[in-house]
Every structure is written in C-alpha cells, then in structure tokens.
Design a protein. Structure first.
Length: 454
C-alpha cells in the first residue's frame, strides 16, 4: 500500500470520474441554498461595476459567491452552461481533497505512514460514493472542507516557513467565511501552532522567528476577514466578521436543533422544496419551556447544565443521525433512504472508532500527531447541536476515512482459531459491533418515525 505515489494520475482519474458522474446527472437546477449562493455572486456588480463591499448578505460569507462570480464570468466567456461549470469546479475540489490534501494530511498526522496509490484510490472512491451528488451544486461543503484541510496542513509547517504561516491564516479565515460553523477552526489552528512551538522548545527555533510566523497567520486571517467586516458594517451596522452574526444565525440553528434530530431537503416533483424535518419530541418539549426560542449560546449551555440527560441524548441523536449517510446528495428526489449506502457509512464510522480503541490496530499507525486528527471533528462540533445535516459532519467522515486507510489492519485470528486470545478478541469485536448496530438502529429508526414534511 505504500508504493510511491504519483499524484498527477490519481488526480486526473478522480477529476474525470467526478465530471462524468456530475454530467450524467443532467443539468440540475440550483435549489435553495445552492441557488442563493449562485445569485449572491451578482451582488458584486449590482452597482454597474465590480465592488467587493457591495456584497450585502446578512447570513453568508463573501468568499464563495466571489468564486462563483468568477466562475460565471469564465463560463460566459467560453459559452459554457452554468451547471457544467459548477460540475467542473466541484470535480476539481473532489480530486484535490482525495488525491492531494488527504495524503498530505495523513502524512502530517502519521509521518511514518506515507500513502500509496491504493490508499488514494480508496479515498477517492469513498468520497465519490458518499458525496457524488454534491458535485452538481454550488455549496460551501466541498470548498470549506478543502480549505480546512489546507489550514491544518499549513499550520503543521507554519513554525518554519513564512509561506506556510500566511497560507494557514488565509485558509483558516476562508474556511470560516464559507462555513461559519467552522469557527472553532480559528482557536484550533492557533492552538496547534502554540502546541508545536511548545513541543519544539528545545530546538534551535528562535522565539522571535516563531512570533513573526504567528503574526503572519493572524495577518492572513485579517486579510480575508476585513472585507467581510467592512461589508457587514456598511449594510447591517455590525463589524463582526463572522457571517450570520448580524442575523443571530447561531441562535436560529440552536433553536432548530432543539426541534429536529436531523434535516434534509426534498425536491421531488410532488412537493418541491419541502423541508424534511425529523422532529425531536423531547427537545421540542424542552424548547417550549424556554419560550420556543434559543437566543444565545449561554442559554443553551444553561440547558445542558440543568438537563444533562435530556441534552446529552439530544446531542447523541444529532451525532448519529448526522453520520447517517441516507442520501449521496443534498437535495433528495426519492425519499427512500439508500440502505446499502447507510450500512457502508456506519461501517466506516465503526472501523474508525475501532482503530482508536484497538491497541494492535492503533500501534500499526506508528508515531502519531493525534491533535491534528482531533482537529477534524472539533471544527464541526458546533454543527452537532444545530439542525444537523449529513454534509455538516464531513470533517468527521474524513477523519474516519483517514483512520481506516492510514495503515494495514491486524489479523484478529493471528493467534490461531483455538487460541483463548483469539476468542477473547473476536468476542469483544462482536460485542462492540452488535452494541454499535443496536445504538445506531434505535436512533435512526426513531428519527424516521418522526419525519415531517414542512
């Protein structure tokens, strides 16, 4: 599995397959959020000429609409339809994530386990299998994930390179601008830089040099955040650079998260654009006691303290349902979940957890920088209490893919079929798998029973 990797070939193949899949789906309309992002690209020229500060959305960041505006101009220049142009753009992102960023992030976490072509191919296959429907729509999920991965790769090198330090700041701020739910990426990147600095304190690295690199990270973040802050102040009277802050986006999401275990969007012909809301009866009852609305993170944390069992179960339901790969697309035309896809998705999650708790499997990873792996679920942690969708937890899925593919797996039968150690090992694996399946089945079936179209 560790044969020498030639990235150009897997990149090209992954890109070509993603394009074929996207184009085979036909020229889909840009539904709901995707259409909103596409239309926001027109705001930069609403005054007749280009002006960055003409961006006036109170909920969205400017970076993806700006990219889409450039994409629109390019498509117009060559006479290409907007649908195929988006497919090409997203296919590039899929190829970049699977064949460039994932191997480099894996090498950052496990420097003794370089990836080979088979691992890259399996990563590309997993992304195309579970997320191929996202290729057709201009959404923040793929570019946001790519930028978050780039930020983690860059900050690991930022202690010795001005270029990587600036890249870490730019990528972090762009990821948060695209997906405000990734706001924890900011303290994560700063924390990783500080930890690496502390870990290398005995080296010849000079404090002044490290401080200069930290300043470059901050500078990169400010360069991205300043236009958002100025545009928000111009149109909405707030200088907060976090998209959605002027409209209390976090409060809305926490409120919806109390009402729902999960959310999807149905675009079938008989009920165009209906919200698929998987109602949470216990969360709804508790929300009614709070006046029907969460107005701050402090109020939500108070509920966690005052009602730990209820809020803990709400969070668990959100996490499991968010990891339920019912559909490979953000916009659903056939409500029937794809059973094999769901089983495969949860199997990968179980295998990722197994890698962490099985010492023999974990030891095969060699020297590990676990903080960089932990960063992936952490940056999307704010999505768990919200009205969660599967796409919101893409970083967790990526962490599972990495864990499964990072190294070979030990043979549970290595001690022989009649060995007591083998019996104990196989028994524990079986018990763990059954317990995991029961937990997942109970939670996901409960969500399905509470599905409402609104």
């Amino acid at each position: 599995m560790a044969s020498r990797l030639r990235p150009a070939v897997p990149f090209g193949v992954t890109f070509a397959v993603a394009v074929l899949i996207g184009l085979a789906g036909g020229d889909e309309p840009f539904y709901w959020d995707s259409g909103g992002y596409w239309r926001l690209g027109e705001t930069f020229t609403s005054g007749g000429g280009f002006a960055l500060l003409d961006f006036d959305s109170p909920l969205r960041g400017y970076s993806l609409p700006l990219l889409l505006a450039v994409l629109r101009e390019g498509a117009d220049a060559v006479g290409m339809g907007y649908g195929p142009a988006v497919v090409l753009f997203n296919s590039l992102l899929v190829a970049l994530i699977a064949t460039v960023l994932a191997p480099r992030l894996a090498a950052t976490i496990w420097p003794e386990r370089p990836w080979g072509e088979l691992q890259v191919a399996l990563m590309a296959g997993a992304i195309l299998l579970f997320w191929h429907g996202y290729v057709s729509y201009p959404l923040t999920d793929l570019p946001g994930l790519a930028l978050a991965m780039l930020a983690l790769i860059a900050v690991a090198r930022a202690g010795s390179s001005a270029r990587w330090a600036l890249t870490a700041g730019l990528a972090t701020a762009l990821a948060v601008n695209m997906r405000p739910a990734y706001v924890l990426l900011v303290p994560v990147v700063i924390g990783l830089f500080a930890w690496d600095w502390y870990a290398s304190r005995a080296s010849t690295s000079k404090p002044g040099r490290r401080l200069a690199f930290l300043a470059l990270i901050v500078l990169g973040a400010l360069l991205v955040s300043l236009p958002q802050s100025l545009a928000t102040h111009k149109h909405h009277g707030s200088a907060n650079p976090l998209p959605g802050a002027a409209e209390d986006l976090s409060g809305r999401q926490l409120t919806f998260g109390m009402l729902m275990q999960r959310y999807d969007t149905y675009v079938g012909m008989d009920e165009l654009g209906a919200g698929m809301q998987y109602i949470d009866p216990r969360g709804t009852a508790l929300l009614e006691e709070e006046g029907g609305r969460i107005v701050s993170s402090g109020q939500y944390l108070r509920l966690v303290v005052e009602h730990p069992p209820t809020m803990g179960l709400i969070g668990l339901r959100h996490l499991v349902n968010g990891l339920d790969a019912r559909y490979p697309t953000p916009y659903i035309e056939d409500v029937a979940p794809q059973r094999l896809l769901r089983i495969a998705g949860f199997a990968i999650v179980f295998a990722g957890l197994l890698r962490l708790v099985w010492p023999a499997a974990r030891d095969l990873l060699g020297r590990s920088r676990w903080l960089y792996l932990a960063a992936l679920p952490l940056i999307c942690a704010t999505s768990v209490p919200a009205a969660v969708e599967t796409r919101f937890l893409l970083p967790i899925y990526l962490a599972c893919y990495l864990l499964v593919l990072a190294a070979p797996w030990p043979n549970p039968l290595a001690d022989g079929l009649r060995s007591a150690a083998t019996a104990r090992r196989v028994g524990l694996l079986a018990v763990g798998l059954v317990a995991f399946a029961i937990l997942v089945g109970e939670i996901t079936s409960g969500a399905s029973e509470n599905l409402e179209f609104r």
